[in-house]
Design a protein around this ligand. Sequence first.
Ligand code: AMP
Length: 231
Amino acid sequence: MGAHQFKRLVLLGGPGSGKGTLGRALAERLGVPLISTGDMLRQASEAQSPLGHSVKTHVEGGTLVPDDVMEHVVDRRLSRQDCLSGFVLDGFPRTLVQAQALEGILAQQNARLEGVLLLVVDKDVALRRNLDRLSCPRCGAVYNRSSNPPVSEGICDVCGTILDARKDDSRETISSRWDVYRRLTEPLIEHFAEKGLLHRVQADRPVLEVLEDAWSRIGGNGVLHDSPQEP
Ligand code: AMP
């Protein structure tokens, strides 16, 4: 009998580690939704919804939206029908309080998290990626000016919208987002390692290599590549 294929996943990693790109590809292969809290908050800001108004300054300035707001947003999203068989979470949890909230949300659904993929990349490499990043304000597709440009310059391949740099991708804001990551999110590495859920993936490699590595670690093709690792 093949190994169990993990379908309830969290992606962890600093800004620019490639969570969005990997998340998209993994979610597509698994046939589960990609839940990017950053995309959800940016869309709420664009739509000028009450949630959008309350989070806009955090999202643009690279500070964290309060935990209770995030718990509410994620609880509502994970309660939707399409998450019943699994999900890939990109950008949540980002604090220990959020990690505990996620466990509570899943417990209510008689489910539990199956794996956490930590994307390991140097800050310098990630910084370069952020500075070169272009994203689609409409569908969320992500490009890189040098390593993964769109077919027509400045236009989204998927939906034809004019691409934009994210407001929080300025050098200064990226640097403070890394500080926030180190202080509030990095403790989650140990938290998930202790629970036996953590898998490290070296992420400073071509996208397909990262994908195949991640895939084998979550039981893709019926094979478990390795057991969970210590921090
Ligand atoms: P991301 O697209 O994941 O880099 O997120 C962009 C911004 O959205 C972050 O810098 C935060 O301001 C906000 N955000 C996204 N996810 C969370 C979260 N789990 N907790 C708090 N703030 C978040």
